[in-house]
Design a protein around this ligand. Structure first.
Ligand code: GLN
Length: 486
């Protein structure tokens, strides 16, 4: 099976392969890799074959031209609602939650002919950078199963890296698409805030969350993004914009390309493998004729502090609905127990330690007496971070900013045991969410002297510049495609 969504859809539409054959191949790949990788929380073996058969029938009836993803197997991060199977968010709290509806972004893929193969693992409610915070056990990196795949969309990134699906949806609140893409050697795009509907994405931090794509190639990322983007009346924060065909636009080069490299990206705190990949990417872009300019993002170091106030504050409110009554697992209590006991026990039993930590952090920074010192200050920092990016794009005159997606390659399972060192993993990603900007992460050239693991670089652009980001990313893709794990 050719491993690109574009190629699969083409072959299925022209009846050189059937969607059933493709789904079968994806299920076989899952059976081979899952014992080592554990990317999936649920696999829809029966349903996927039936859905694939329905696609084949539609193609036989001549409807193929309306199916840009005809028969393409896809996976969904398990915080994206689907009207069948479970939507657990990696949490005990939702271990038996069946969503009555399908998220708009997922429905768009299905309407385009994609076949949902399964739901992927994540850090509980998207809170984490490794998938170790999943209540159902971690996912392992297909490049080296002793290592984490990144997170929180680690299952989606690993599912693509393990060649089980060419496209998976993830969500990115503070780096959860780009950082696992970096660690798993795949392409990950976090769209501009408002580009893709959040309807049916279980909310973590609503002002930061975006649904996006993990894919094996830049073309597939462009194809999938074109399909999931667009206004949705069910999400008032989704923007009214005319549809763009990002895949077709890939062919148009950007004249006089200028790439900004922030002083802060060349941090001595970077792992040597990351520094080497950054310089190699700069060289590669220069060889393609790009002009490289220095830019400054002076607020970079405050991004983590601001993010870990804003995100928990929003999470503490969004997660209040999981109380065992409105939503979520209800604790079994004896007769005569009070309502307060029911709430307390249900939340104590259903939520994991990192989620509890964030709820407490968020409740604290919003509480009377601390609100100004923490939450209001974080919002000011957020505005200054946005201003830094705006200045780099306008004064620096660059089309995109290049920086690592993570300061290190994938580390071993269990290597980051204290929360603070885990939060520092997000230094290059959270600012982008605070500013609402689009960014794409692609596997970068590696120096075998430093690491045999993939290292990703991200390109951050002004709002609505996804087309440019994808076109620049395309120039970084080797002719034979990005390397894949054995
Ligand atoms: N690692 C970050 C966090 O733990 C980002 C998570 C995300 O983007 N969902 O919050």
């Amino acid at each position: 099976m050719s491993f690109s969504a574009a190629a699969i859809a083409e072959r299925v539409r022209s009846r050189q392969a059937t969607a059933v054959e493709v789904a079968t191949a994806a299920l076989d790949a899952i059976a081979r890799t899952e014992p080592k990788v554990h990317a999936y929380l649920e696999v829809f073996s029966q349903r996927a074959l039936a859905d694939a058969k329905a696609i084949d029938d539609r193609i036989a009836r001549g409807e193929g031209s309306t199916l840009p993803l005809a028969g393409v197997p896809v996976a969904l991060k398990d915080n994206i609602c689907l009207a069948w199977g479970k939507t657990t968010c990696g949490s005990r709290m939702l271990e038996n939650y069946h969503s009555p509806f399908t998220a708009t972004a997922a429905q768009a893929l299905i309407d385009a002919g994609a076949v949902v193969i399964g739901k992927t693992n994540l850090d509980e409610f998207g809170m984490g950078s490794t998938t170790e915070n999943s209540a159902f056990g971690p996912t392992f990196n297909p490049w080296d199963p002793a290592r984490i795949p990144g997170g929180s969309s680690g299952g989606s990134a690993a599912a693509v890296a393990a060649s089980t699906v060419p496209i998976a949806l993830g969500s990115d609140t503070g780096g959860s698409i780009r950082q696992p893409a970096s660690h798993c050697g795949v392409v990950g795009i976090k769209p501009t805030y408002g580009r893709v509907s959040r309807y049916g994405l279980v909310a973590y931090a609503s002002s930061l969350d975006q649904v996006g794509v993990l894919a094996a190639t830049v073309e597939d990322a462009a194809l999938a993004l074109s399909i999931i983007a667009g206004h949705d009346p069910a999400d008032s924060t989704s923007a009214q914009r005319t549809r763009e065909d990002f895949r077709r636009e890939l062919a148009t080069p950007i004249p006089h390309l200028v790439i900004g490299v922030p002083r802060q990206a060349r941090s001595p705190a970077n792992d040597p493998a990351v520094s080497a990949s950054l310089e190699a990417t700069i060289n590669q872009l220069s060889r393609h004729g790009a002009v490289i300019v220095d830019v400054d993002l002076p607020m970079t170091d405050y991004g983590i502090a601001a993010y870990y106030i804003v995100a928990p504050a929003e999470a503490s409110s969004n997660l209040a609905r999981f109380d065992g009554v409105r939503y979520g697992r209800r604790a079994q209590l004896g007769k005569g127990a009070s309502l307060e006991e029911l709430y307390t026990r249900s939340r104590a039993e259903g939520l994991g330690p990192e989620v509890k930590r964030r709820i407490m952090l968020g409740t604290h920074v919003l509480s009377s007496g601390y609100y100004d010192a923490y939450y209001a200050t974080a919002l000011k920092v957020r505005r200054r971070i946005k201003a830094d990016f705006d200045a780099a794009f306008s004064l620096g005159g660059c089309h995109a900013i290049l920086m690592p997606a993570a300061p290190t390659p994938a580390f071993t399972v269990g290597a980051r045991s204290d929360p603070l060192s885990m939060y520092l993993e997000d230094v290059y990603t959270v600012g982008v969410n605070l500013a609402g900007l689009p960014a794409i992460c692609v596997p970068a050239p590696r120096d075998a002297a430093f690491s045999s693991l993939p290292v990703g670089m991200q390109l951050v652009g002004p709002a609505w510049s996804e087309s440019s980001l994808l076109r620049i990313a395309r120039t970084l893709e080797p002719t034979g495609g990005f390397p894949r794990p054995h």
